[in-house]
Write a protein that binds this ligand. Sequence first.
Ligand code: ADP
Ligand code: ZN
Length: 213
Amino acid sequence: MNIILLGPPGAGKGTQARKLVDERGMIQLSTGDMLRDARSSGTEMGQKVAAIMDAGQLVTDEIVIGLIREKLEQNPTGSFIFDGFPRTLAQADALGELLAAMGTKLDAVIEMKVDDEALVHRITARSTCATCGEGYNDISKPIPADGHCVKCGGTEFKRRPDDNEESLRTRLMEYYKKTSPLIGYYWAKGDLKQIDGLGEIDEVSAAIAEIIG
Ligand code: ADP
Ligand code: ZN
């Protein structure tokens, strides 16, 4: 089973992907997380992409396709959730070819629909546990009053440097210009499923479960 979670920044792709990992043992392939790891480990590639990411622009297809190829090769029999990838038509074509070369394919592309106003509110309110990555939101899921992560007990939380209003505006523009054409692309292939991403976390999970069984 291989699925793509497709949607604008803040749609909740990462939250749902993490649940699928916990509940079904699927492997989450988040190019955003991979790029952030590369960046904090200080590799040459990481340094190169840092400024692009902070500005909210897309890094090159070549870099992200390379990252995905490497992960797929490491797990030839895995069940994958693609989160934040593909983001361009070239990436979508490359993914189709990589999966075909492994003798597998996509089972569903799940578009998480949300309205733009909600995105801005969600993103400017979000933070994560620095230890385990559990996600929080100042409004819908605040960090507990005792200051300990609900999942691991950690006490350090962080916000992403690109979760500010200006960078977010650029990310949304990139999404509409370069990524939203994938909705038509996957619709035409017969792979597209659409769900409402605005509900509670568990409601959204239930909608995903209905699609992937
Ligand atoms: P979000 O979906 O919340 O914007 P991500 O964590 O998926 O965040 O991505 C953060 C940043 O990493 C993007 O704004 C972009 O600069 C870069 N990035 C992630 N995935 C890709 C991709 N597939 N292609 C190009 N750039 C990417
Ligand atoms: Zn934690």
